[in-house]
Structures are given as C-alpha cells and as structure tokens.
Design a protein around this ligand. Structure first.
Ligand code: ATP
Ligand code: MG
Length: 136
C-alpha cells in the first residue's frame, strides 16, 4: 500500500469542449479520490513556471501559450499508487499512441492538445501540488 497524491489538470482543449464532467467521472469511476478541485486561468508566466522542466524544448512556447489560452481545472487526486494509476488512465502523450479506453485516446485532439496532465514522479508532485494549492 502506497497512498500518494498527484496533480491532475484538465487542459484548455477539454474544458472548451465541455469534457470536464466526462473526465471527472472517469477519475471517480476508477476509484481515485478527488481531495481538492478548482478552476483557474493560467497566465503565460504561470504556465512557463509550471512547465519549467521543458523550458529548453522546441515546443515550450507553443505549449505555454496553449496552456494559458483558456480555463483549466486543477485537481489533487489521492489513492494507492495514484501517480501511476492516473498516468495509465490518461494514456500516452500522443493520443495516436495511447491505449484504447484511455482519456487521451478517447478525447484528445493531438500531441499538444492532449486534454489532461498528470505528475510523473513523487518529485514532480512535490513541486506541482503546492504550485497551485497553498498548504497542500
Ligand atoms: P503532461 O506533463 O502534460 O502530463 P506528458 O508527461 O505526457 O504530459 P511531457 O513530455 O511532460 O508529456 O510534455 C508536456 C506536454 O507538452 C504534453 O502533455 C503536451 O501537451 C506537450 N508536448 C509534449 N511533446 C510535444 C511535442 N512533441 N509537440 C507538441 N507538444 C508537445
Ligand atoms: Mg509530463
């Protein structure tokens, strides 16, 4: 038993297409607990700070413009092995490579507009949850 937390984001492409309920239902149906939840509109600077690990990548400017292009939903999930379970539910970064039944395969637009984010390690969680949720 490894009770963990992770940060989930419903990205602007999914909020715009009215997929918040669909995605939150998948989280609940998979047995993960949502322990914090809010909407936000990220500034370009907030998006750049959040994705700072990708600052050197060619897609950084496009990614942070997209992430600040419209509202997002921020959530903290909790459960046994939730970091890996949420990443499995999300599917691969590129929806064309994601397994059937995953959020990205079913709902994402393309490799950038891929509908959801999930922390990829305990180290990322320790940075990402307090970045958006004071005191968590
Ligand atoms: P996330 O961190 O958002 O959960 P991820 O861990 O699957 O996604 P990363 O490699 O961390 O993927 O990339 C962060 C985000 O940058 C991706 O989710 C996607 O929105 C965008 N991205 C990644 N690679 C590319 C690419 N080659 N072209 C365009 N956008 C990309
Ligand atoms: Mg990532």
């Amino acid at each position: 038993m490894m009770t963990e937390r992770t940060l989930a984001i419903i990205k602007p492409d999914a909020v715009e297409r009215k997929l918040i309920g669909n995605i939150l239902s998948r989280i609940e149906e998979s047995g993960l607990d949502i322990i914090a939840l809010r909407t936000a509109s990220l500034s370009k600077e907030e998006a750049e700070g959040f994705y700072n690990v990708h600052a050197h990548r060619p897609f950084f400017d496009s990614l942070t413009s997209y992430m600040s292009s419209g509202p997002v939903v921020l959530a903290v999930l909790e459960g046994d092995n939730v970091i890996s379970k949420w990443r499995q539910l999300m599917g691969a970064t590129d929806p064309k490579e994601a397994e059937e039944g995953t959020i990205r395969r079913d709902l994402a637009v393309d490799k950038e507009k891929n509908s959801v984010h999930g922390s990829d390690s305990p180290e990322s969680v320790a940075f990402e949850i307090p970045y958006f949720f004071n005191g968590l």
